[in-house]
Design a protein around this ligand. Structure first.
Ligand code: MN
Length: 291
């Protein structure tokens, strides 16, 4: 199943017959759990529960008649994998991989959805796209083994890990507002028995910048879940961005990024530099003058 959010924070299920509006069953709430699917996951929702629904009884729209939003907003956390493809290690002249770096966190406030805009904060710093497979956790996971790890996955989604190339820690460079586009929906895990065998492509305008298969991951999806859960407890709705392959590159005003992941789906977001300031004008730079 493909779980989407459409305009007005309405929960919807995307089928081959169209987009089924199930918002009457999965209402939005308030605050972090205002996102209908996040709220439902937090309350123990399962795919089996969804499979039992008679979807013919709900309003149904054509996909091109609806505006998709991010399938999850403000999840408990967004965990991300640095240097988890060897070709990306080479292009960044990195000496280490995820095995040495571990994982990092992106602010949950950085999520946007399909059709929204990435806002570049600085006018004179390189900011790159990183197309990644996203894992959505379905049940609480702590110290799980690689063998058991996939049973904790609710589904998969596309994630763009937008990254400022500068000296700050990863969590700062990758946590600006709008720096985590997620979409187009969550494809439930029953449709993707092997997440380590998916084609991933990412275009900027007409340029296919990234093309890999998740079989190239250094930490496979089960290994990444096992490792992460050895550090921190994972809760329903948490997202793990699994890392990016070679082909990252700088973004500029008016460009469109499209991410396509086999069996998951594809979505686009645009880039704007409106409001960007010179890096030297960011708050805190007066301190740099002291030394
Ligand atoms: Mn990344």
């Amino acid at each position: 199943m493909k779980l989407a959010i459409i305009s007005g924070d309405r929960a919807a299920i995307v089928t081959d017959k169209g987009v089924v509006d199930v918002s009457q069953l999965f209402p939005s709430g308030t605050g972090a759990l205002g996102s209908p699917w996040l709220r439902w996951l937090d309350q123990g929702g399962t795919v089996a529960e969804l499979s039992a629904l008679d979807l013919t009884t709900f309003p149904t729209y054509e996909l091109d008649q609806v505006q998709l939003q991010a399938p999850l907003v403000r999840p408990g956390k967004i965990v991300a994998a640095p240097v988890n493809y060897l070709d990306h290690k080479v292009e960044m002249s990195e000496q280490k991989t995820i095995a040495e770096y571990g994982v990092f966190l992106k602010a949950n406030s950085s999520i946007i959805g399909p059709g929204e805009e990435i806002v570049l904060p600085y006018s004179d710093k390189r900011i790159d796209q990183e197309g990644e497979l996203g894992v959505v956790i379905g049940r609480t996971a702590s110290n799980v083994s690689p063998d058991q790890a996939l049973s904790y996955v609710f589904g998969y989604t596309g994630v763009l890990d937008i990254s400022l190339r500068s000296t700050e820690d990863r969590s700062t460079r990758k946590s600006f507002n709008t720096f985590t586009p997620v979409g187009p929906w969550i494809t439930t895990a029953d449709e993707i028995p092997d997440p380590d065998r998916l084609e991933l492509r990412c275009w900027v305008d007409d340029d296919l910048r990234q093309h890999t298969n998740t079989s190239e991951l250094i930490f496979s999806v089960p290994e990444l879940i096992a490792y992460t859960s050895s550090v921190m407890t994972l809760y329903p709705g948490d997202i793990i961005a699994t890392g990016t392959p070679a082909g990252v590159g700088s973004l500029s005003n008016w460009q469109t990024i499209r991410l396509d992941i086999e069996a998951v789906g594809s979505f686009s977001v645009r880039v704007t530099s409106k409001g960007a300031i010179p890096y030297s004008e960011r708050p805190g730079t007066a301190v740099l003058a002291i030394d």
